[in-house]
Design a protein around this ligand. Structure first.
Ligand SMILES: NC(=O)c1ccc[n+]([C@@H]2O[C@H](COP(=O)([O-])OP(=O)(O)OC[C@H]3O[C@@H](n4cnc5c(N)ncnc54)[C@H](O)[C@@H]3O)[C@@H](O)[C@H]2O)c1
Length: 456
């Protein structure tokens, strides 16, 4: 049943479903602190990480139409971020908001306090930088909570191993987990995949992906200003620090890499890459400003990924697939709408269109929430952790190849021992940052060919 039809479901259906959610949690051995009141079919949400995407994800969650959803608690490490997010959500969704001051939690332990406000079967939303995913997910599983977590899920081999294990546990507990690789829910891309699988582009021989634009978000960072703690500075500017985000490489490129691998139906087995820092002025972050990766699949076919964050150069944000019959486009200048097409031959010639999705595309950021809440209400399997962790891992594989100058295989990155922030679960407001600046005041930067066994 689609989400809109589900919105018309009878109250009796809701009560049966609510019963199933509680029963499933009980069967999984989860302690049930509150039993759902017979009349209460509301799914409660808590938002952990109240920045741009967190506010957007909460808005999508509160817009789902198949039954009542309510935001009951929020957590962040910055009071200002939480308050701004709360004000914005309150303005749009006042009636679906129930977050009084005593359920606004500031600090690194805020995630626990927020999740303690939920009952098994409710939903915790993780939209902090990815370094904290495994910490927050561990607690959610303990509490029998369903989860929505943003991409990337991991930043290195060890955190991926943790997430994969946690993912298995969450499946065993029948938890529903959505992962913010929303392209997978794009109707146009789903239709394109069907075409590719039916051979409309022929046999897939090559894919190309480009993400080239100027410096955005916290891609570049200068020395820490006075008056802010080092740890909080790094968290505020998380795209600049590999431990927090996997750097701009992981944060910006994971969608494109994941889309291509999805169309191919496989993860690459190895990567080799180049990259470098050019005109960085006073910036001392850990990012390269250009990357070029050759991913190889088991059948020998290739995915080329080009990433650049430099002003004054040509911009490109597109994904292409070449089959023996012609060219398919997966992304048209950004994430949505995708405007997927297949052309006869390898030139994107509008007079030679073999297939065109052509319809108005529903917003995939909304669709991923419709699917998650529907799965919870109908107690249908829905767990995207494994593929989200694997997408994060192959993204890290390309980044590590560029940063070390070595060929990196899937097995190498998966089994690698360099964990960028092993103690991220123990952080407090006054903790030292996981990556200190050196005596020269600069953060460690990857050096391909010199530092070859780890990224820094
Ligand atoms: N799917 C998409 O298209 C998409 C788009 C944007 C961002 N994202 C992802 O969403 C995540 C957040 O990105 P953003 O752009 O919203 O960043 P942001 O900086 O705007 O928000 C992150 C928030 O998390 C808070 N935070 C950091 N550490 C915390 C902790 N330990 N506990 C509680 N709160 C903490 C920060 O203070 C901040 O308010 C990233 O993983 C990013 O890749 C996904």
């Amino acid at each position: 049943m689609n989400p809109r039809a589900q919105a018309r479901a009878t109250r009796r259906d809701f009560l049966q479903t609510a019963g199933r959610v509680t029963a499933a949690s009980a069967l999984a051995g989860v302690a049930v602190p509150h039993v759902h009141a017979a009349e209460d079919n509301t799914i409660r949400l808590v938002l952990i990480g109240c920045g741009g995407r967190g506010t957007g994800a909460a808005a999508n969650a509160l817009s789902v139409e198949n039954g009542p959803v309510k935001l009951v608690a929020m957590a962040d490490v910055f009071d200002t971020r939480l308050k701004a997010s709360h004000a914005s959500l309150n303005k749009q969704f006042g009636a679906r908001m129930d977050v009084p001051a005593e359920r606004m939690f500031i600090g690194f332990d805020g995630y626990k306090k927020a999740m303690d406000c939920l009952r098994p079967g409710d939903v915790a939303v993780f939209t902090t930088p990815p370094a904290f995913r495994w910490v927050h997910f561990t607690y959610a599983i303990q509490k029998g909570l369903n989860v929505f977590m943003e991409k990337p899920l991991t930043v290195d081999g060890p955190s991926t191993r943790k997430l994969l294990k946690l993912g298995e546990e969450s499946v065993k507990k029948n938890l529903k987990v959505g992962v913010g690789l929303m392209s997978r829910h794009s109707k146009a891309r789903q239709a394109l995949l069907e075409q590719i699988q039916q051979g409309a582009a022929g046999e897939v021989i090559l894919m190309r992906t480009y993400r080239m634009h100027g410096p955005i978000a916290s891609f570049a960072s200068g020395p820490k200003p006075e008056g802010v703690a080092e740890l909080l500075y790094q968290i505020q500017r998380f795209h600049s620090f590999l431990w927090a985000s996997g750097g701009c490489f992981s944060d910006f490129n994971i969608h494109s890499i994941d889309e291509c691998c999805w169309m191919k139906g496989a993860w690459p087995v190895q990567a080799q890459a180049t990259g470098g820092r050019h005109f960085r002025g006073n910036n001392i972050d850990q990012n390269f400003d250009s990357y070029s990766v050759e991913y190889t699949f088991a059948d020998g076919t290739k995915l080329f990924m080009i990433g650049r964050c430099i002003n004054g150069c040509c911009n490109d944000f597109n994904n292409y697939l070449h089959g023996t019959k012609g060219l398919a486009t997966m992304t048209a200048s950004g994430m949505s709408p995708a405007k997927c097409r297949i052309y006869q031959g390898h030139v994107a010639d509008s007079k030679k269109i073999a297939w065109d999705y052509g319809q108005r595309e529903p917003n995939p950021y909304q669709l991923e929430w419709d699917v998650l809440i529907n799965a919870i209400r109908q107690d249908r399997p829905h767990n995207e952790v494994q593929r989200g962790a694997e997408a994060s891992l192959v993204t890290s594989m390309g980044r590590m190849a560029a940063h070390t100058g070595q060929v990196i295989t899937y097995e190498q990155i998966l089994n690698h021992e360099h964990e960028f922030a092993p103690d991220v679960d123990k952080l407090a407001m006054d903790s030292p940052a996981p990556v200190p600046a050196g005596p020269d005041g600069k953060y460690p930067v990857p050096q391909p060919g010199i530092t070859t066994r780890r990224e820094y």
